[in-house]
Design a protein around this ligand. Structure first.
Ligand code: CAO
Length: 453
């Protein structure tokens, strides 16, 4: 029988909650009261438990989703292996399993045995569909994966039992970074502990630790303090930026584009774009020119695969644009930017920024960027060094343009200068390439004809 697990009534006037963390994946066995997901509503964070025993047939939500009360989040097959009927069958075959303590009750050796036994028994016990689903997941997720702000689903796709997920959560291990030693790379409790041990010893254990183990002093000795839980976006940003900073050897390149003529063009053509319902801003123009730059310098549109020591070149040009929202930084992705006109890019940028700010952006609209543009010029500043958003290898930082005296043909002339910075991954991009890319972009801003060569 398939049992639907829905978001229950939470509190008066609370109609929705956001999925913070999905703790099971399809094919997982769950018991009554096993936590399926961590949720957060306007009022509180809470756990969503299963009220039946069985096998997770379908996970209908992803991390970051806003779910309505009554919405189905999981389908549990109570008749599949591990469910009520199968448990009965199993208990006839192996009565001792019923008597074993739960993972929580058991001591460490028992836990270990149970986990190992679970891993060995899995292919026989799970029904065929669940086993196939699990296998597909295992194939898809065979190695430690880098965290990605845009890809909040990684940990939930790792094959592991709820008890192992709980342990990982409790000791601050990001499951997506643990290499499973079981069948189909299933992660066992021993794998989680070994990973945590390596982290504590300061050895790199597949990338950046999720938790910063810096010992905080007791600030309350100095005065009043207040603690606030990080919301989902802050957690994802903190993990992704921390991971990127620790793993990507960054180089920062600075340059300035003379945008005096471009600004005249922008003012003249803004009415044309306004008629279509958008605003022609420097970001939209930069999107277009950057798309051409990424075609011209394909290494900046690539990703690094250090496990296989390969560079992955992409034929498509997807550009993320950093958007400042009340909830924090979001990076919607403009797909196939190279194939769109400046007017189309302006419309899409407006729409994406609006969606991001009004919480209507969907998770898949935040995924898959090959490169990012971060324009802080509307706020101010003379320069900044943005962090590369893995698995991209470069990000463009744009600061505020202003009129400056520029020495041209023997005299100072007032020119509108736009400061730009390029942060890039030095593992695959050399300094000279970084300087060339940014210079090319500056020249394209000064004279867009260069994009046609
Ligand atoms: N220099 C000078 N003025 C600039 C500018 C620049 N680099 N960039 C924008 N402006 C001006 C615009 O022309 C506009 O002026 P008017 O109101 O007089 O027309 C004003 O600033 C506001 O622009 P905008 O924000 O509406 O439009 P945009 O397309 O330039 O930017 C977006 C869109 C989404 C990039 C921006 O709104 C935003 O959120 N920026 C913040 C990005 C961020 O947080 N980055 C940090 C991430 S950490 O790496």
């Amino acid at each position: 029988m398939i049992k639907e697990i829905k978001l229950p009534e939470i509190a008066d006037n609370v109609t929705t909650a956001v999925v913070l963390d999905i703790l099971v994946s399809e094919g997982d066995k769950v018991g009554v009261d096993d936590v399926l997901a961590e949720m957060e509503s306007d009022k509180a964070s809470f756990e969503l438990p299963s009220d039946v025993e069985g096998v997770v047939k379908e996970v209908k939500v992803t991390e970051g989703n806003e779910v309505e009360v009554g919405q189905v989040m999981f389908l549990i097959d109570t008749e599949a292996a591990g469910g009520e009927k199968a448990e009965e069958k199993d208990s006839k075959k192996k009565p001792e399993k019923e008597e074993k303590p739960t993972a929580d009750e058991a001591g460490e050796p028992e836990d270990k045995k149970k986990d190992e036994q679970e891993s060995r028994e899995e292919p026989e016990k799970e029904d065929k569909a669940a086993a196939e689903a699990q296998e597909a997941k295992g194939d898809e997720k065979t190695e430690e994966q880098p965290p990605d702000a845009a890809d909040g689903k990684a940990a939930s796709h790792v094959p592991a039992s709820p008890a192992v997920r709980r342990l990982a959560r409790e000791i601050g291990v990001d499951l997506s970074r643990v290499k499973g030693s079981g069948p189909h790379q299933r992660v066992s409790e021993a794998d989680v502990k070994a990973f945590a041990k390596k982290q504590l010893q300061g050895k790199p254990a597949g990338g950046a630790p999720m938790a910063d183990d810096f010992e905080l002093p007791d600030f309350s000795k100095l005065g009043n303090v207040r603690r606030e839980k990080m919301d989902t976006i802050r957690k994802i940003t903190a993990r992704a930026m921390g991971g990127s900073w620790q793993n990507v050897p960054h180089v920062f390149q600075f340059d300035k584009a003379d945008v005096t003529e471009l600004e005249k063009f922008r003012k003249n053509y803004s009415k044309h774009v306004e008629k279509q319902g958008a605003k022609l801003t420097v970001t939209a123009i930069l999107l277009k020119l950057t798309a051409v730059a990424l075609k011209t310098f394909p290494r900046f549109n690539a990703s690094v695969d250090m496990k296989n020591e390969e560079i992955i070149y992409k034929d498509y040009v997807n550009i993320g644009v950093a958007v400042d929202t009340e909830r924090g930084l979001l990076v919607p992705v403009i797909r196939d930017a190279d194939k769109k006109t400046i007017t189309e890019l302006s419309l899409e940028l407006n729409e994406m920024a609006e969606k991001a700010r009004s919480k209507k952006i969907k998770p898949d609209e935040l995924q898959g960027a090959n490169f990012t543009i971060s324009n802080l010029g509307g706020i101010g500043g003379t320069n900044f060094t943005p962090i590369v958003n893995r698995p991209a290898v470069a990000i463009l930082g744009v600061s505020r343009s202003q009129v400056e005296p520029v020495f041209i043909d023997g005299e100072f002339k007032p020119r509108m200068m736009l400061p730009m910075s390029l942060s890039y991954d030095h593992r695959i991009i050399d300094g000279a390439d970084g300087a060339r890319f940014l210079r090319w972009l500056c020249e394209a801003m000064q004279n867009p004809l260069v994009t046609m060569f």
